[in-house]
Design a protein around this ligand. Structure first.
Ligand SMILES: Cc1cc2nc3c(=O)[nH]c(=O)nc-3n(C[C@H](O)[C@H](O)[C@H](O)COP(=O)(O)O)c2cc1C
Length: 165
């Protein structure tokens, strides 16, 4: 599939089949994150793979919009070392690579906003203070097929100067 097709057909998936995701696929997903660009090539990201049901259940309580973590066979927490001068950007771009790899492997995932209760994630996963918690992404085989839409290129693009359509 053309990369743009992969980008456009990826959806946030919040319902998963009751079917395990093998470690080989998790390995590829983390590799996709590692191969993202990073500021000064500092490679600040580290990853926690979570399969334990009790831990997933705790993480599902981050916010009202994270309940589906409990039902995914696996989740990955993405960390970015605060030593990076672009800690959030470095972490976010790694996650985007991972979301695209997840989709291209026939799996589904969804970015979960951890800012709502970052302490819960930090305490549950024993994360040191020198790491920014970028997100926790549940991963599983999709049990839903949502659609989405986007604004058009013309709606958000200018020529030469802002406002010049
Ligand atoms: C920074 C960020 C935070 C998000 N937080 C959540 C969240 O906490 N819970 C959730 O269900 N979806 C979350 N999402 C997913 C968005 O709702 C989703 O990407 C958006 O509705 C577009 O849908 P699509 O990903 O299927 O194209 C988040 C996405 C981003 C990029």
């Amino acid at each position: 599939m053309d990369l743009l097709e992969i980008i456009k057909s990826r959806r946030s998936i919040r319902r998963y089949e009751d079917r395990d995701v093998p470690d080989e696929l998790i390995y590829k997903i983390i590799e996709a994150g590692i191969w993202a660009p990073s500021s000064n090539h500092c490679e600040p990201c580290e990853f926690i793979v979570i399969r334990d049901r009790e831990i997933k259940e705790k993480l599902s309580k981050i916010s009202p919009w994270s309940k589906f973590i409990a039902d995914a066979p696996v989740a990955i927490c993405i960390l970015s070392n605060k030593a990076s001068s672009c800690v959030i950007m470095d972490g976010s771009i790694a996650v985007m690579n991972m979301l695209l790899e997840i989709h291209s492997l026939g799996l589904g995932s969804c970015w979960v906003d951890v800012k709502y209760n970052e302490k819960l994630v930090r305490d549950t996963l024993n994360i040191p203070d020198n790491y920014e918690i970028i997100t926790v992404i549940p991963i599983g085989y999709p049990a839903e097929n949502p659609t989405s839409s986007r604004k058009s290129v013309n709606d958000c693009t200018y020529r030469e100067r802002y406002g010049n359509k």
